[in-house]
Design a protein around this ligand. Structure first.
Ligand SMILES: [Zn+2]
Length: 119
């Protein structure tokens, strides 16, 4: 049985450009709105519970090794290199620590399932 695993990739030419400016912006944002939550206009409210969710933070090489172990595929794909994954079988998110973009993406897979074409 083949288990499809949603994956987030980045193009191979992508280089992380977050620097001090990003942290300053985040700090300013938290200073303005507080760290307890973010208010948005409207009445949107959607609640999800994910029983037995596991999150594993790991480095890039370990993540790619995990990808290969779970899928038996290369971590280098036509859409880019694997940077995070959610394993439906074990209900586990694998992503880099403090990488809110990748971890948030995989969290959405945990909540919503498969939501993009390569799934
Ligand atoms: Zn994805």
């Amino acid at each position: 049985m083949v288990t499809l695993v949603p994956v987030m990739t980045r193009t191979l030419t992508y280089r992380r450009t977050r620097g001090l400016g990003g942290w300053l912006l985040l700090t300013a944002f938290l200073g303005l709105f507080g760290a307890a939550g973010c208010a948005t206009p409207g009445t949107y409210y959607e609640r999800h519970e994910i029983p037995r969710l596991t999150v594993v933070f790991l480095d890039e090489q370990s993540l790619q090794d995990k990808w290969t172990l779970v899928t038996s595929k290369s971590p280098i794909m036509s859409s880019g290199v694997v940077v995070g994954l959610f394993d439906f079988r074990t209900q586990t998110i694998y992503c880099p620590k403090m990488d809110f973009e990748v971890c948030g993406h995989e969290l959405h897979h945990a909540v919503l399932g498969r939501f993009h074409p390569e799934d």
